[in-house]
Ligand binder design. Structure first.
Ligand SMILES: [Zn+2]
Length: 110
C-alpha cells in the first residue's frame, strides 16, 4: 500500500519520508558502530523494515495508516524505536541464513 502510492496515505496527500530501508550487513555494522545502536539482526537486513521521519507533522496519521496496513511500529518495542516499522511482529528477527542470502543477492547494497 505504501510502496505503490495507491493507499490511504496517498489519498490523504501525505507522502512519508522513508529515511532508511534495506541495509547491507556492512551498512548495518557501520550504523551499529555509530551512536544509534541499531540491532545486529535487524529486519532492515532482509528488506522487511523501513524507518520513517518522525519529525513530519503528519507522523501520527502516517503511523496509524502504516499500522493499519499490518506493519509493526517500533515505538511499541521494549527499547522503543519510533522511526521503525517492520512487517514481522515485534521480536521476530531474520535468521542468519536469510541475512546471508540477502547479502549475496545484493552485494554492496545493489
Ligand atoms: Zn529501523
Amino acid at each position: 500500500m505504501v510502496a505503490d502510492g495507491s493507499g490511504p496515505i496517498c489519498f490523504s496527500r501525505i507522502v512519508p519520508m522513508i529515511t532508511s530501508g534495506f541495509r547491507t550487513k556492512t551498512e548495518n555494522d557501520s550504523l551499529r558502530n555509530s551512536a544509534n545502536g541499531n540491532s545486529r539482526v535487524s529486519n532492515h537486513l532482509v528488506g522487511l523494515a523501513v524507518d520513517i521521519n518522525t519529525q513530519d507533522p503528519n507522523f501520527q496519521e502516517i503511523k496509524r495508516v502504516v499500522e493499519q496496513a499490518g506493519l509493526t511500529w517500533g515505538g511499541t518495542f521494549t527499547r522503543p524505536d519510533r522511526p521503525h516499522f517492520q512487517l514481522p511482529a515485534a521480536g521476530h528477527n531474520p535468521t542468519q541464513e536469510q541475512i546471508n542470502a540477502c547479502d549475496r543477492e545484493h552485494p554492496g547494497g545493489r
